[in-house]
Design a protein around this ligand. Sequence first.
Ligand code: WTA
Length: 676
Amino acid sequence: MAEDKRDQAVTEAEIAVHWKEEELIYPPTSFIAQANMTDETVLERFGEANFPNCYKEYADLLDWYEYWHTILDESKPPFWKWFVGGKINASYNCVDRHLAKHRNKTAIHFVPEPEDEAIQHMTFQELYVRVNEFAALLRDFCGLKAGDTVTLHMPMTADLAVTMLACARLGVIHSQVFSGFSGKAAADRAVDAKSRVLITGDAYYRAGKLIDHKEKADIAVDEAAKEGQKIEKVLIWQRYPGKYSAATPMVEGRDFIVNDLLKKYRHAIVEPERLPAEGTLFLMYTSGTTGKPKGAQHSIGGYLAYVTGTSKYIQDIHPEDVYWCMADIGWITGHSYIIYGPLALAASSVIYEGVPNYPDAGRPWRVAKELGVNIFHTSPTAIRALRRADPDLPLKYDHNFKHMTTVGEPIEPEVWKWYHKVVGHGKAVIVDTWWQTETGGFLCSTIPGLHPMKAGSCGPGVPGIYPVVFDDEGNVLPRGAGKAGNICIRNPWPGRMLTIWGDDERFVRQYYARYNKDPKSKDWRDWPYFAGDGAVYAADGYFRILGRIDDVINVSGHRLGTKELESAALTVTEVGEAAVVPVPDPIKGRVPHMFVSLKPGYTASKELEQKISDTLAREIGPFAKPGKVWIVPDMPKTRSGKIMRRVLAAIADHKDPGDVMTLANPEVVEAIQKMS
Ligand code: WTA
């Protein structure tokens, strides 16, 4: 493995050196005139000399029941705690506190995928009512209380926002699993979280089809039971209230329609729990370097302060803005920057049910126009797909963005420029925000009213974040070194996850062991956070992120662990060995190619390739299907028996695999090359 990683890092470094510098583009004066942050002293206020007290500014964007007494508890690195002594509730901060001024303002615009279906506008008043009623149901019907976990496997609807905020009101830890994940994947996460309640939806629209989602709940319950986790109740939101839209039958005594149950809880008011700042708000499972997804455990006070602060200054959200982030709430981007950050700031947040190019690539711009969206947020994959569909189309629409975000993957400068010129009509500012599930909120980005933009570079660390690039030996690569290294964050920050759910040891090992020289040190300076991304630090202080240096593949901005994919492939009887490699793709950024060798006695066939592909879709989700399945005679291996993924990746990408003579079996390389 180590050999593989080093090889990959070298390649990335070479790419970096040949990159040409892009010019700086300054924000328009009209943007600066209204921006939330134009004061240059912010950089100093959030500078190292004022750390950690700088984060008081973010904490003060929230309402506290009891104000905290210790901004940062440093006693047990890297298990730092923020705002200790503080009592707070996230649901109160996103809903109740806005009633005085914004009661009748839209909190959520729900946009159904079918264009002939009306858009629903939910005011803060209605959100308040629905969150209270559903919280009463969770408490009284399900017996859930602060500290319990509940697994959500919900599609993109306003009901998902209601569900999360109702959990937050009670202090119940929600764990939303992306609806595109299979029932089995939902089960694995419910088992790890020990959830006895599953909340789901009956159906949702995707690319013009009404998909039966309830069938996944049946699989999830069965699979969880096999692993010893009993899911006692399944709560089902209806896509059309009052009508059951799935073909899969209800299971008597286990499945309950939310709308039926809610009748009993009409007009209920549930006082928000006064919870410790360092309590847990939610889990978000993400892929790592081993087969098992890990639950990033996020805090209440620190997380909410961080996403609120970054939403205000980096997303430039004001209460009167209409904000649309096209991510799925099943990923961290949706949690931080559809729900918690924007709603804490009383913005109107758009939730869109379906795919961006349905029924055609003009859909996003029609929605934006109709709702008056002025802040838009999406991923390079979506931008590339919309660009390919029709590169001039957005110019034909008169939507009006002041601000646009890109997130989730590196964006090619050419694609960035198209986003700027065509989608943003040349006048919207762009922020390229680099961060991760684990980090809660943005790590690197320009401050849109202060910094110029640079295509393909995310920018410097955001206020209060001090990034550094190390080489493999732990030497600091200075600005303008022209070499790639591993980007780390030198300091703690309030949005970082508390730990990996149930696995403190793995948390330390994965994120801190790499560059910590003294595990006994109490000084945060000895604990750089290892992000797992390669990066280049340019002379002007902007970072360019190159992508993962570990075994994670970023497909359309979805994180997939190679080990996860490989373990799923190994469940196919015929498969003896499996190795997954990322291959560059013009739309999705990267796609996984799956190499397998068969157990003795089996032969390759198209049917078997299909079976392997179908297995991945079933075990993980359709988005995990490999771009190609290669059934190879044998894997190229080192003499110590390690599969050489680097060689496989080169072949899949039609590149020269380099010198392979030191392999144990160089002849298979040629055999595999002939297959491509
Ligand atoms: C990648 C998504 C380049 C990176 C918020 C990171 C990016 C992983 C960017 C985290 C960006 C995210 N430029 N790469 N602006 N943003 N990434 O956990 O490799 O789903 O480690 O969080 O996405 O993915 P995750």
